[in-house]
Design a protein around this ligand. Sequence first.
Ligand code: SAH
Length: 215
Amino acid sequence: MRFEDQRQNLVNQLEALGITDAKVLRAFSLVPREDFVPQHLSAYAYNNRPLPIGEGQTISQPWMIAIMLQYLDIQKHHIVLDIGTGSGYQTALLAHMAAEVCTIERIESLSLQAQTVLKKQGVKNVYYRIGDGSRGWEKAYPPHKSFDRIIVSAGATEIPAGLTDQIAEDGLMIIPVGPRDSHQILHMISRKQGELTVTQHDACAFVPLIVGDTQ
Ligand code: SAH
């Protein structure tokens, strides 16, 4: 089956699994996932499951990405911070939904590969940083100090203060939190009139968020 048809099947599957946000479904219908998986796995690009992308990391399961994006209710004018660029697939989805995406990846080779693919696809509203994303966006350009939406695609043992500090007023952050070597629970953090509120949602299983120099 052609990749285009497989992509439409995946969108139908996400809809059947309860994804109702038209903006999320549209983004999935636009981004070619086959470009973000290793070539020898391209036959599996549209399976609804994570796949290895090298360096011990994975491209996230489409359904899990869709759930997180749906929780975030991303609007066209939003500035988004994306922690764990990985393959760049989720970054590309975000780039189609939001005004600007700042993305951070700690493994240089993965970030550079993602940058190549996104550039090839003509995506221009993404800024990259290589380093520890738990400290938030620290680059001078673009000079964002806070973000309308923050999405973390690696499992944290606790919610990093460096990230909650960068949630804008009326902003939202979604992050998997749980003990190391176990599953996590999606935590949603919102900021209203300066006050942070945390709610817990679905169980999930992400690769670990590596904070600082620890392994
Ligand atoms: N959304 C990506 C998910 C990649 S897996 C995709 O679908 O391809 C999570 C990524 O988070 C891995 O590439 C891992 O290297 C990265 N990561 C882990 N800890 C990090 C940290 N502290 N800062 C930035 N990236 C981190």
